[in-house]
Design a protein around this ligand. Structure first.
Ligand SMILES: [Zn+2]
Length: 92
């Protein structure tokens, strides 16, 4: 036979566990690793976990970003230079 009180107890315990885990996660401020999205402490800098693979990937990404930024400045310079020169010629 099923013990109704026991079932009620179990349900109450389960739901309180769920509430606790949800509110616990919500209350704790944290960041996520930008490579594997694991929770990491707020103070983590750069924003990666302690996994060497993530550290390497992040360093590679930052290098790529720097290269892209440099190229963008070069292209911008290439387009801006003729305009600036013509502007300077008009002033002179
Ligand atoms: Zn990671």
């Amino acid at each position: 036979m099923v013990n109704a009180q026991k079932v009620k107890d179990m349900v109450a315990r389960k739901s309180s566990q769920i509430v606790n885990s949800v509110s616990g996660n919500k209350m704790q401020p944290h960041k996520h690793c930008r490579v594997c999205f694991q929770p990491i402490p707020l103070s983590a800098d750069p924003r990666v976990c302690k996994d060497q693979e993530c550290i390497d990937k992040n360093a590679q990404d930052e290098k790529n970003q720097r290269t892209v930024r440099t190229l963008m400045f070069v292209f911008f310079g290439l387009f801006a230079l003729p305009y600036l020169i013509s502007l300077a010629m008009r002033v002179l």
